[in-house]
Design a protein around this ligand. Structure first.
Ligand SMILES: [Zn+2]
Length: 364
C-alpha cells in the first residue's frame, strides 16, 4: 500500500471528491464490493463523519508550518480507532509554504504503518507541489468532466431540466460545483451577467470603470458576509479559551497575553477574506475571458460550442473587432488575473484591464 497519494486535476474536476471516494473504499467493510458506498464505514467517510478520516480544506492563502503540525502531522501519527486506516486528506496542497511542505515531507518519508495521506492540488507543476513531495507520492490525474457528464449529473441528482442543466454546465467552464451553484443560486447568475455586461459597457464612455468599482465592492461585501459568522464564532471561542472576561487576580496579566493571540486570529481571518474576494473575482474574470473567446471563435468561423450560449448576440458584436484585438482583450484579462494574484489592488488591476480592453476595442 502506498502511503502518500497526490490527486491532481483542474478546479471542478472533483479531485477532492475522488480522494474522499478512495478513502471510503479503504475503510469499506463490505466483503464483496470494495467501496460499496452503502456500508456504515463508507457512508461515514462520505458524510465527513468518520473518526479515522481527517479532511482538511484550508481557506487561507497559504498553509503554514503550525497548521501543518496541528492539523496534518499530528492526526496522521495517530493509530486508527475503528477503521483499517488513518487517513488525512489535504485539499489545496498547492497553498503549502515551503516550510510546511518540508514538515509534511518527514511524515511522507517515514509514514506510520496504518496511515495514508492524500494531497489534492491543481497540477504536478513545481509551483503547485514541491518536487520532493511529488516524488514520494503516487500520482493520480483526475480529468475535467465533459459538458455532457455535468448535464447527466445535474439532471440525475439536482432535478434539473435538461435545458437548465446544459445552460449551467456550459457557463461553468466544466466545473461541476460551479454549474450546480449557477443552477440553484440566483445571485451567482446575476454576478455572471454583471461581469459579461462589462464587455458591452466598454463601449459606453466611463461606465465600464464605474462597473468595476461596483463589481469589486459586491465581491468584497459578499466575502465579508459569508465569513462574518465563522469569524465571530472563532473569536468568541478563542476569547472563552483565553478566559477573557474573567475578573480577579491575574486576569489583567492574562488579558495582555491574549491580545497577541486575538491579533493572530484576526490576521488569519483577514487572509481568508482576501482569498475569498480574489477567488470570487477570478471566477468572474474567467467568465469574461469566455465571452471574448466565443467572439474569437465566431471571428475565426470555428465550429465549436460556445462557453456562454445565452450571450451569443454580444459575442457576435464583439467578433467584429477582429482576431488580433480579441486576443489583446483576452491578454488584458489574463494580465489582470495575474496582477490580482500578485497583490495588486483588485480595483487598480481591473481598471488597468478596462483601459487595455478599451484600447483593443478602439474606444476613444
Ligand atoms: Zn462500504
Amino acid at each position: 500500500m502506498t502511503h502518500a497519494w497526490l490527486f491532481t486535476g483542474p478546479p471542478g474536476s472533483g479531485r477532492s471528491n475522488a480522494a474522499v471516494a478512495f478513502a471510503a473504499a479503504l475503510e469499506c467493510t463490505d466483503p464483496h464490493i470494495i467501496g460499496c458506498g452503502t456500508c456504515e464505514q463508507c457512508r461515514k467517510v462520505q458524510r465527513g463523519a468518520h473518526t479515522d478520516v481527517v479532511h482538511i480544506t484550508p481557506r487561507e492563502l497559504t498553509i503554514g508550518v503550525e497548521t501543518m503540525r496541528t492539523e496534518v502531522v499530528t492526526p496522521a501519527a495517530m493509530l486508527p480507532t475503528v477503521g483499517k486506516w488513518r487517513i488525512v486528506i489535504l485539499d489545496n496542497a498547492d497553498r503549502l509554504t515551503d516550510a510546511a511542505a518540508n514538515t509534511l515531507l518527514k511524515t511522507v518519508e517515514e509514514p506510520p504503518a496504518h496511515t495514508v495521506i492524500m494531497l489534492c492540488a491543481p497540477s504536478t507543476d513545481p509551483e503547485d507541489i514541491i518536487p520532493t513531495l511529488l516524488s514520494r507520492s503516487r500520482h493520480l490525474y483526475i480529468p475535467q468532466p465533459s459538458i455532457d457528464d455535468i448535464v447527466a449529473i445535474l439532471t440525475r441528482t439536482d432535478n434539473a431540466t435538461e435545458a437548465d442543466a446544459r445552460r449551467a454546465a456550459m457557463a461553468s467552464g466544466n466545473h461541476i460545483g460551479r454549474a450546480r451553484h449557477l443552477l440553484h443560486h440566483q445571485e451567482s447568475q446575476i454576478r455572471r451577467t454583471n461581469i459579461l455586461n462589462l464587455a458591452e459597457l466598454i463601449f459606453h464612455g466611463s461606465q465600464a470603470f464605474q462597473a468595476v468599482t461596483s463589481l469589486v465592492k459586491t465581491a468584497t461585501d459578499e466575502a465579508k458576509n459569508s465569513l462574518a459568522e465563522t469569524n465571530e464564532q472563532e473569536l468568541e471561542k478563542l476569547r472563552t479559551a483565553l478566559g477573557m472576561g474573567a475578573k480577579g487576580r491575574g486576569a489583567h496579566k492574562a488579558l495582555r497575553g491574549s491580545a497577541g493571540q486575538i491579533k493572530e486570529l484576526e490576521k488569519l481571518q483577514k487572509r481568508r477574506e482576501t482569498r475569498a474576494i480574489r477567488d470570487a473575482l477570478d471566477t468572474q474574470l474567467v467568465d469574461l475571458i469566455g465571452i471574448y473567446r466565443d467572439a474569437l471563435m465566431i471571428a475565426a468561423h470555428a465550429q465549436v460550442s460556445p462557453i456562454h450560449p445565452d450571450m451569443q448576440g454580444l459575442a457576435g458584436e464583439l467578433s467584429t473587432i477582429g482576431e488580433p484585438n480579441l486576443l489583446a482583450c483576452i491578454e488584458a484579462i489574463s494580465h489582470c488575473r495575474d496582477d490580482i494574484t500578485h497583490n495588486v489592488r483588485a480595483e487598480t488591476a481591473m481598471d488597468a484591464m478596462v483601459g487595455r480592453i478599451r484600447k483593443a476595442c478602439n474606444v476613444q
